[in-house]
Design a protein around this ligand. Structure first.
Ligand SMILES: *Cc1c(COP(=O)(O)O)cnc(C)c1O
Length: 234
């Protein structure tokens, strides 16, 4: 049994080695889950790291990157426009910044308020969204309370320009991640009665991605296990 708060094992020294180790870890967990690793997208979360690290990861074959702060993400997206990577916005998002984030992010993982959904509406183009599910009793953690999932999903499904991909969640600190991810999987079954195509599950971070894969994760959001420790936020 692993807990999210357990220290991570020592990390290999280079980004290339760390990426290779995570790729092996993903393949190993997928094999244990009798799933194809090709059905699992690893998003490398590069928040607080410089654009140069994104370039290095891109050269190693990474195409999906995650960011959690609009200011920082928009600067990086502009710097790296020549690479045209897929940007995933994974942090809490204010409605007033939603349209700006939509300019560079192809996927938003943290949609959790009706005002935010309304701000994302568009008649021009589509943005992919995940509904974030709150697995704690603390509303400040972000995410929709599980018992509000159906009504919130109805709002998303009724909004033009927004394509619902599935659910996103963060395992609560101190909880057993596998059990938390099993709750998300069960919520996903409820969601699919309303939205049969919303099959994706964005869950699993550096410390718990193997558990997430065992519970059906399709999108991992992995930072430090690949990037190394984050510099202090600027
Ligand atoms: C930072 C972040 C991650 C990555 O966390 P690590 O523990 O460094 O892998 C994943 N998801 C979200 C929402 C984050 O903010």
């Amino acid at each position: 049994m692993t807990f999210a708060a357990d220290p991570l094992p020592p990390q290999p020294p280079t980004v290339a080695d760390r990426l290779a180790e995570v790729r092996l870890g993903v393949a190993d967990a997928a094999a244990r889950a009798v799933r194809s690793a090709d059905d699992i997208t690893t998003i490398v979360v590069t928040k607080f790291h410089p654009a140069s690290l994104v370039r290095e990861l891109h050269a190693l074959g990474v195409r999906d990157f995650g960011e959690s702060r609009h200011q920082e993400a928009s600067v990086k997206a502009a710097d790296l426009a020549d690479l045209d990577p897929t940007w995933h916005f994974v942090g809490q998002l204010q409605s007033k910044k939603a349209r700006a984030v939509r300019e560079y992010a192809r996927v938003l993982h943290s949609v959790d308020r009706e005002s935010l959904v309304d701000a994302l509406a568009s008649e021009k183009d589509l943005v992919d969204v995940f509904i974030q599910l709150n697995l704690t009793d603390d509303p400040a953690r972000g995410g929709v309370a599980p018992d509000a999932l159906e009504s919130f999903a109805d709002r998303v499904l009724g909004t033009s320009g927004v394509r619902l991909r599935g659910l996103m969640a963060v395992a609560p600190l101190g909880a057993e991640p596998r059990a938390a991810f099993a709750d998300v999987r069960r919520a996903s079954e409820r969601l699919r009665t309303l939205a049969p195509d919303a099959v994706a599950l964005s869950m699993g971070m550096s410390a718990d991605y193997a558990d997430a894969i065992l519970e059906g994760a399709t999108h991992l959001r992995i930072g430090t296990a690949i990037t190394g420790n984050r510099p202090n936020p600027g």
